[in-house]
Design a protein around this ligand. Structure first.
Ligand code: MG
Length: 162
């Protein structure tokens, strides 16, 4: 079986606002994020991991932030398009593991909703998607609560059946 691994990383700076969007879920927070789209770091990292695994470049190539069509964009639309591109090249997602890095907000109460959104957009069962979160013990930009980051790792496999 042909397998490929991909990694993605994204950061958004906190700015004015009262919530952040993570995996399409509106999570209340004392700040928002500064972004051209909805600033969904989790989905942006995931898209980059998918593109990386399939050797299709990166999210900036497919959805440039200079393109007015993506202003305030719902990143779930981008994720569905990214997965459709992979499916068109006969790649299926085996699993994805996501690590959010932030002192706040706490995502545990939203984890089920976040995973449900991703499974719906990616067309996979819930045992294939993992979301975890960590702080940096007060160190660095995340520790200073200046922003939020996410790492994503995916494995994809070439479809052997029609
Ligand atoms: Mg981003």
């Amino acid at each position: 079986m042909k397998l490929r691994v991909g990694h993605g990383y994204d950061v958004h700076r906190f700015g004015p606002g009262d919530h952040v969007v993570l995996a399409g879920v509106r999570v209340p927070h004392s700040a928002g994020v500064i972004a051209h789209s909805d600033g969904d770091v989790l989905i942006h990292a995931l898209c980059d991991a998918l593109f990386g695994a399939a050797a299709l470049g990166d999210i900036g190539r497919h959805f440039p932030d200079t393109d007015p069509r993506y202003r305030g964009a719902d990143s779930r639309i981008l994720l569905r398009r990214a997965m459709a591109l992979l499916h068109a090249q006969r790649w299926d997602l085996v699993n994805a593991d996501l690590t959010l890095i932030a002192e706040a907000p706490r995502v545990a109460p939203h984890q089920c909703a976040m995973i449900a959104n991703l499974c719906s957009d990616l067309g996979v069962d819930e045992d294939r998607i993992n979301i975890k979160a960590t702080t940096t013990e007060g160190l660095g930009f995340a520790g200073r609560r200046e922003g939020i980051a996410c790492h994503a790792v995916v494995l994809i496999a070439e479809r052997t059946s029609p």
